[in-house]
Write a protein that binds this ligand. Structure first.
Ligand code: PLP
Length: 319
């Protein structure tokens, strides 16, 4: 990560890391204005809702394009007009639709205007190079289970220039920053998995792209009117594919039926009172809520045979 040892703190999850960095930036560094996007993970958005309700900090949302991209001009305008101490919180890559933001450029903008920058890098760490110095981030989070490490262990990078006070009080673990006996097995697992992911990054990336393209082609061939959320270019995470299916009576039961068929995928919707509604991310990009979105993800261990099996099953369910 090109961070120094003193800038890395292990947490129970990226959820905890993001909560800690955002809330303590307000408490310790006098942040009163946070600029973010409506497509962030709930652990960021709900932390910001909490800050809006319980502190004098205002939260300023950027608009996103139908591909989920932020508008850099709008960001610069908001930063330059800010008259209070400001932090920008933008994720590296979106977990539902895969859209990647230009973190390097956002970092440059933040440096130019001397505002702080928090980046949720959970979907990117282990899959793409991350160099905290060249990105110009002050805060960054990651989570081991996104790169084949164990569940229940995350990390927070906190730049030595913007050090925070402890979020959890007690013993002197993690250099007094996060009390509580360390999850040694989890930390060792995170480190081993990250070493492996970084060493195999190029090979894994090639494999994942091959799998993804085969899946896209199979779905396009078998399902009339199938569409893909996000963009289809290299600014979308290779390992994520958000598939938008045309309206179909079986649409609401798709994830359950895929599960029964042994295919693990996640729905881009939340079920409230028995009515499926699009997730906050799909709503933000203006997705047609009559269509059903399923998020598929691929790993270095996904095979072409699995992709062929999955596309057959999916086509049988929705056509
Ligand atoms: N941020 C993003 C983009 C994620 O995809 C996730 C997990 O799905 C999180 C944060 C939360 O990570 P964790 O599961 O370690 O709490």
């Amino acid at each position: 990560l090109n961070a120094s040892v003193g800038e890395i703190f292990f947490t129970s999850s990226a959820t905890e890391a993001n909560n800690m960095m955002l809330k303590n930036a307000v408490q310790d560094l006098g942040i009163r204005h946070i600029i973010t996007s409506p497509t962030e993970h709930h652990c960021v958005l709900h932390s910001l809702d909490y800050l809006a309700r319980n502190t004098s900090c205002t939260i300023d949302y950027l608009t996103v394009s139908p591909q989920g991209k932020i508008d850099m001009h709008q960001l610069e305008e908001k930063i330059s007009k800010a008259d209070q101490k400001t932090l920008v919180s933008i994720m590296f890559g979106n977990n539902e639709i895969g859209t990647m933001h230009d973190i390097q450029k956002i970092g440059e903008l933040c440096r130019k205007h001397q505002v702080l920058f928090h980046c949720d890098a959970v979907q990117v760490l282990g899959n793409y190079p991350v160099d905290v110095q060249s990105l110009g981030v002050h805060f960054l989070s990651g989570s081991a289970h996104k790169f084949h490490g164990p569940k229940g262990i995350g990390l927070a990078y906190i730049s030595s220039d913007t050090m925070l006070t402890p979020f959890i009080h007690g013993g002197a673990q993690e250099r007094n920053m996060r009390a509580g006996t360390e999850n040694v097995a989890g930390i060792a697992g995170l480190a081993t998995a990250l070493d492996w992911s970084v060493a195999k990054m190029a090979e894994n990336h090639r494999h994942i792209l091959e799998i993804k393209h085969a899946f896209i082609e199979a779905l396009k061939h078998k399902i009339t009117g199938v569409d893909f959320n996000g963009s289809e270019d290299a600014t979308t995470l290779a390992h994520i594919l958000s598939v938008s299916f045309p309206p179909h009576p079986a649409g609401d039961l798709l994830v359950m039926n895929l599960d029964i068929a042994g295919i693990s995928a996640s729905s881009g919707s939340a079920c409230s009172s028995g009515i499926e509604t699009d997730s906050h991310v799909l709503q933000a990009i203006g997705h047609d809520s009559r269509r059903r979105t399923i998020r598929f993800s691929f790993s270095p261990f996904t095979s072409l045979e699995e992709i062929a099996f999955a596309s057959e099953k999916i086509a049988a369910l929705v056509t």
